[in-house]
Ligand binder design. Sequence first.
Ligand SMILES: NC(=O)c1ccc[n+]([C@@H]2O[C@H](COP(=O)([O-])OP(=O)(O)OC[C@H]3O[C@@H](n4cnc5c(N)ncnc54)[C@H](O)[C@@H]3O)[C@@H](O)[C@H]2O)c1
Length: 320
Amino acid sequence: MKVSDIKKVACVGGGVIGSSWAIQYAMRGLSVALYDINDEQLLKSRGQMEKSLDALVGHDAITQTQKAEIVARVHPTTSMEEAVSDAQFIQESGPERLEIKRSILAQVEQYAASDALYASSTSGLLISEIVAEAAHPERCVGAHPYNPPHLIPLVEITRGEKSSDEVVKTVYDFYQSIGKEAVLLRKECPGFIANRLQLALYREVQDLVMRGVCSVEDVDKALVYGPGIRWAIFGHNMIMQMGNPGGLTGMVKMLGNSGDVWLADMASWTHQPDNWSEVAQPGVDEEMAHFPDYVGHTNADCIAYRDRMLIEILKLHKKL
Ligand SMILES: NC(=O)c1ccc[n+]([C@@H]2O[C@H](COP(=O)([O-])OP(=O)(O)OC[C@H]3O[C@@H](n4cnc5c(N)ncnc54)[C@H](O)[C@@H]3O)[C@@H](O)[C@H]2O)c1
């Protein structure tokens, strides 16, 4: 299978992630079958897609005509055979339960061509376990998106023990070809890359607050107006590279072992504080109360502000 052979994608499971994947593929001109278990779920998927597309229209990322074309490329179905029999790429986004993932793959294998590529959106299961009973494990990979996939470029591809080199390369090239930014886990690793980074940082966020070093509001502010604003442009290795005339090497030399004292003092616990939400929720409520009016003060206001900003950032990154 070559990237140029991929004309039709089957999105299996049309919930939060599956319906967003459907938009992503249809926005890139591909024909999409959107499979779910019943008409009620498909109706919900349709509603979610409408809402997401209306937000894109509202932020001038697409026109009404483009919206109509995108919707017309998505074909909802409750027939697995209709969804996958002539699809070259299958994006599975069913419930996060091993037995369901295995049963979906078994159904797909009944109808799909044996060389159709199979990518599971799983957040936490290992692809090698999902494919344990598969007839063609070589064409399967993990492909973890960040929510919502049609807006967040990252997709984390995991090669399973039995994934073939050719499949991994084609899946990688395919995602890149539709504007995703793919990263490759050369071996399986729980939490993949991005969620591990996020959790490592969040442990320190929690620890700083629990130790009384700073408020919930200030730790968020320190992140957003400090490293966060740079991280939306470059990754941390590049931040190091640009921070010194000698590049990353110069920066490492300059910093020496000065960070060791901080490292020795930083959180290393492996169980989150049980009372974290009791401590953090009042802090978050206060943080929201202090936002300027253009951000807003309710959850709904903040979500709308986040989505507006996200679209602007994506435009700057030439992703929309
Ligand atoms: N929600 C997130 O933030 C997020 C992010 C990245 C990855 N994921 C992963 O994506 C997958 C889907 O998550 P979600 O949040 O969209 O869940 P969801 O509950 O919103 O959607 C799951 C969909 O699968 C359908 N379904 C149920 N049984 C099925 C079957 N046998 N065959 C096909 N479809 C079936 C459901 O009707 C539902 O529409 C999970 O593996 C999850 O770990 C989720």
